[in-house]
Design a binder for this molecule. Structure first.
Ligand code: G6P
Ligand code: MG
Length: 218
C-alpha cells in the first residue's frame, strides 16, 4: 500500500532544470565543450561536481584543471544559476503540480524531497511550496549522488516508511535508477525512451494525478 511520495525538484516540481541547463551551457561553451542534447540529459539529476566532471570529460579535458579551478567553475555556474532564479516565482511551478500536491495532502499521503540541489530550500521558498516539504534530505550529507539509491532510500526513511510504501517521481534517468535501486515505485516524467526503466511513465507533469497513477497500477 502506498503511503508516501518522494519528489525530485528540478524538472518535476518546477521548470528549474531549464535554468540549470542554461547555466551549465554558459560554462561549458566558455571551456570549449560542445553542448548537445545528450550532454543536457546526462546532467539531469546529478550533483554539482558530478555535473562539472561530466562536462569536462565530454570535452576530453578532465585532467586539465586543478581542484581549486574546478571549485571556481562550479561556483561560477552557481552564480549563473542564481541569476536566472532571481525573478522566479510560483509561475515556474510545472502544470498540475500545485493541484497534485494539494490532493496528496488532502489524502494524507506523506511527502518528502529527494533533490541533489543545494539550492532546493531557496527554490521551494520562491515557489511558495516549502510548507509541503518539511521532510527534506540535505544533499551535503549524502555519500553518493544519483543514480545511487541513497537519496531515495533516505526519502522513505525520513517519512518512517518502507521503500515499497513509497512512490518516487523523477525526470532524470539517473533519478529513476535511484528510485528503482531503493525499491520504490518509480514514476518517470518526460521522454519514455530515455526513462524506459520507470515503472510508470508520463509525458509531462499535467498527467501526474493520483487517478492516473492508480490506473497505471491496475
Ligand atoms: C539537481 C538538478 C541538477 C543540478 C543538481 C545540483 O539534481 O537536476 O541539474 O546540477 O541538482 O544542484 P545545485 O543547485 O546544488 O548546484
Ligand atoms: Mg530532476
Amino acid at each position: 500500500q502506498i503511503k508516501g511520495f518522494v519528489f525530485d525538484l528540478d524538472g518535476v516540481i518546477a521548470d528549474t532544470s531549464v535554468y540549470h541547463a542554461k547555466a551549465w551551457r554558459q560554462l561549458a561553451e566558455k571551456l570549449g565543450v560542445t553542448w548537445t542534447d545528450e550532454l543536457a540529459d546526462g546532467l539531469k539529476g546529478i550533483s554539482r561536481m558530478d555535473s562539472l566532471d561530466l562536462i569536462l570529460k565530454t570535452g576530453g579535458i578532465e585532467n586539465k584543471y586543478t581542484e581549486a579551478e574546478k571549485e571556481a567553475f562550479a561556483a561560477e555556474k552557481n552564480t549563473n544559476y542564481l541569476n536566472l532564479l532571481k525573478d522566479m516565482d510560483a509561475t515556474a511551478i510545472l502544470p498540475g503540480i500545485a493541484d497534485f500536491l494539494k490532493d496528496l495532502e488532502e489524502h494524507d499521503y506523506q511527502l518528502s524531497l529527494a533533490s541533489a540541489s543545494k539550492n532546493s530550500p531557496l527554490v521551494l521558498e520562491q515557489l511558495g511550496l516549502a510548507m509541503y516539504f518539511k521532510n527534506k534530505i540535505d544533499p551535503t550529507t549524502l555519500k553518493h549522488g544519483k543514480p545511487d539509491p541513497e537519496i531515495f532510500a533516505r526519502g522513505a526513511e525520513v517519512l518512517n516508511l518502507k521503500p515499497e510504501e513509497c512512490v518516487g517521481i523523477e525526470d532524470a534517468k539517473a533519478g529513476v535508477q535511484s528510485i528503482n535501486g531503493a525499491g520504490e515505485l518509480s514514476v518517470g516524467i518526460g521522454d519514455k525512451n530515455i526513462l524506459s526503466e520507470a515503472d510508470i511513465n508520463f509525458a509531462d507533469t499535467s498527467e501526474l494525478t493520483l487517478e492516473n497513477i492508480k490506473k497505471a497500477l491496475d
